[in-house]
Design a protein around this ligand. Structure first.
Ligand SMILES: NC(=O)c1ccc[n+]([C@@H]2O[C@H](COP(=O)([O-])OP(=O)(O)OC[C@H]3O[C@@H](n4cnc5c(N)ncnc54)[C@H](O)[C@@H]3O)[C@@H](O)[C@H]2O)c1
Ligand SMILES: [Zn+2]
Length: 333
């Protein structure tokens, strides 16, 4: 299955196929120097399988975790490329989740003002979301994704087979973003979550989610408008994420979506989130959550624009008082 991302001169194909990692050289130009970036939590055989298909594959394994999206590790990737004599004609391949993709995509965008970048995402979240769209970044000064670039990959290879080693909690984490996309944009995808066995429909869930994100990105590559729908659930979600660092991003987004759903659909959404292994009983520190969700605003007076869903597969944009958003979240969660 090939999905074409139409972005003028920056267009590229996304190939979704079980076993495609082993056949990567049929899709990517690997007849050159290739920096294969992975992390210590990704099974090493994935990066090795890719490097084995390169004329000169250099594997660079960074520590797993968000802390690797740093200036220091970014510099290390540039060091390796410089040491190995990388030219403008060489390339970078990410073999990992969103951390590896964001970090190495940014390194590719900066080295010699930009060399080819391919992404082979290995988490569900990166397969359905972060590997397409061209956002690359590192964290800086304690702020997430504050330094980066819009830099589109030359190709994305999605091999759902690689998810067999991914822990169940990471699968749930990725499913949260897919449920999010179904709620704003695809009632048929929501139906899959609601009425079928999710595990046996993963490939279809990936493809449908990619198609939603593709449509959004094609219409709004640089996040001027429509791309904001991808932030559904993220206002309250980000607040919860900062206040409760033990939770995963998707778990927080799942919670953040509930208050933004209309009352008539909320029980169905809750049931789907539970089915996905998301949502648990939690103790919330609302003061912390409010501070984090609206860190640049006075929560009592200022307003925020949030995405709401009253009917599955559609969305609205509402400007609400920050305080009312929190009151709603308190009432629902
Ligand atoms: N660029 C974008 O548009 C975009 C969108 C959403 C999120 N992000 C970024 O993505 C990052 C989160 O990505 P993530 O959720 O993929 O997390 P991650 O990259 O940290 O991966 C999660 C964990 O799974 C491990 N892992 C990866 N693949 C595996 C596999 N196949 N089998 C076993 N273990 C595996 C990793 O080592 C890691 O420990 C964040 O930094 C976030 O900012 C970017
Ligand atoms: Zn998200």
């Amino acid at each position: 299955m090939t999905i074409h991302m139409n972005l003028g001169a920056d267009s590229y194909d996304i190939i979704v196929e079980r076993g495609v990692l082993e056949k990567a050289s049929a899709h990517l130009n690997l007849d050159r120097r290739v920096l294969v970036v992975t992390d210590s939590g990704v099974p090493a055989e994935y990066a090795k399988a890719l490097a084995a298909q390169c004329r000169e594959g250099i594997i660079c394994t960074v520590d797993e975790g968000e802390a690797s999206k740093s200036l220091n590790v970014f510099g290390k990737l540039l060091d390796v490329m410089l040491d190995r004599g990388f030219s403008r004609k060489d390339c970078v391949v990410a073999v990992g989740g969103g951390v590896v993709g964001d970090l190495s995509g940014f390194a590719a965008s900066a080295y010699m003002r930009g060399i080819d970048f391919y992404n082979i995402p290995t988490t569900l979240l990166s397969q359905i979301d972060s590997s397409i769209g061209g956002k690359t970044a590192i964290n800086f000064g304690g702020v997430k994704n504050i330094v980066g670039a819009f830099y589109q990959p030359k190709k994305v290879l999605i091999d759902p087979e690689l998810l067999k080693t991914l822990p169940a909690r990471q699968i749930s984490n990725g499913l949260a973003e897919a449920v999010k996309m179904s709620l704003t944009s695809d009632a048929g995808l929501f139906d899959i979550f609601e009425n079928t066995d999710i595990e046996s429909h993963l490939d279809e869930i990936i493809i449908r989610s990619l198609n939603i994100k593709k449509n959004v990105v094609e219409q709004d590559e640089k996040e001027a408008g429509l791309r904001k729908i991808l932030n559904f659930g993220h206002t309250v979600g980000h607040g919860i994420e900062s206040a409760m660092p033990a939770l995963y991003h998707g778990e927080c987004v799942a919670l953040g979506m509930l208050p933004m759903c209309g009352e008539t659909i909320r029980p169905r959404v809750l049931a789907v989130l539970k089915k996905c292994g998301l949502c648990r009983e939690l103790q919330y520190d609302w003061e912390k959550i409010t501070d984090a969700a609206f860190h640049d605003k006075k929560a009592d007076g200022d307003t925020v624009t949030v995405i709401t869903v009253n009917e599955i597969g559609t969305f609205g944009m509402n400007t609400m008082k920050c305080l009312d958003v929190i009151e709603l979240a308190k009432a629902v969660l």
